[in-house]
Write a protein of this length. Structure first.
Length: 309
């Protein structure tokens, strides 16, 4: 029996969430409808993939683990094949996903620079750039919507490779009327004691660096839960006084009038990454990752006033 790729995509979402109800919400399905899709997929594969647990939790069977490892590249390749059928085969087309709204970070000028560098590396290529909600960065790769995704931490998925791009400093963000909204540095330990906004629906490995989890344990933090699909959502929450936040230092020059950047003392830098599907070794994809690394390095050097050849 042929595989239903929609069922495969639903299975990968379930693997990503480890919970039927949460995966169903992200798929805009009921839990029962998602369960039926998984049952249909198991019938198509001919073996049980999921051990259903109490309270909607799940564990993959050994067969489910093996299938999940191969299903991501399978789904992505199907998407590539569909696009190839519709596009001019003489022109490469690669899709770059960036977290949040398009143009927040990297800026539109930096995206144009990435396109120019890419064209120097691969002449016959077309690049399209897309803003991706924070919650969808991994699935945008797995289901073939994007070929490369810019991320602020390595993607923790067996079917995705994460290539380091550049290290950046973090900056604190406070409302314009806050006592720290002045040109004086603040110790990271003091900043970490304040209420800090975060989104509990996002992976902890990604969120931890933004609520300063590397400065003090999360259990000691005063975290204010918000729903943040884009950077602008985070900044708006800070501006209205919900809590403080940290952002990449280069992003601070684009703050609105209701916010102020705070230099943090003692906070280690973080790294940005280019995530791509593990088996996607096409020339334009590898060239795009190189273009991202080049422009990211230039951008950080400019923001820090470092001469760069």
């Amino acid at each position: 029996m042929d595989l239903d790729l929609g069922c495969v995509a639903s299975f990968l979402m379930l693997v990503d969430e480890h919970h039927f109800a949460r995966a169903a919400v992200r798929l805009n399905l009921s839990s029962s409808a998602l369960s039926k899709r998984i049952r249909r997929l198991e019938h198509q594969v001919g073996i049980e993939l999921v051990d259903r647990g109490p309270l909607g939790m799940l564990a993959l069977t050994p067969a489910g683990i093996r299938f999940a490892r191969e299903a991501g590249p399978l789904l992505a390749q199907a998407s590539v094949a569909r696009r190839a059928a519709r596009n001019d085969p003489g022109l490469y087309h690669v899709r770059l996903g960036v977290p949040g709204a398009l143009g927040e970070y990297p800026t539109r000028a930096e995206l144009a620079e990435i396109r120019n560098v890419l064209l120097h590396l691969v002449a016959d290529v077309r690049l399209s750039c897309h803003g991706i909600p924070f919650q969808s960065l991994t699935t945008a790769l797995l289901d073939g919507q994007m070929d490369v995704v810019w991320t602020a931490s390595p993607v923790q998925h067996r079917s995705i490779d994460s290539a380091p791009l550049v290290a950046v400093n973090r900056t604190g963000i406070v409302p314009a009327g806050h006592e720290w909204a002045r040109p004086h540095p603040v110790r990271a330990e003091d900043f970490a004691e304040e209420p800090i906004v975060y989104d509990s629906s996002l992976p902890l490995a990604w969120m931890g660096q933004w609520y300063l989890g590397d400065i003090r344990p999360a259990r000691d933090a005063r975290l204010v839960d918000i729903r943040a699909e884009y950077s602008s959502t985070v900044l708006a929450s800070v501006a209205r006084g919900a809590g403080l936040a940290t952002i990449p230092a280069p992003f601070a020059k684009h703050l609105g009038p209701g916010l102020a950047a705070v230099q943090l003392l003692g906070v280690p830098p973080i790294s940005f990454f280019a995530a791509s599907r593990q088996r996607d070794r096409r020339e334009p994809v590898l060239a795009l990752i190189q273009a991202l690394r080049t422009v990211a390095t230039l951008s950080v050097a400019r923001s820090e006033g470092i001469p760069f050849p």
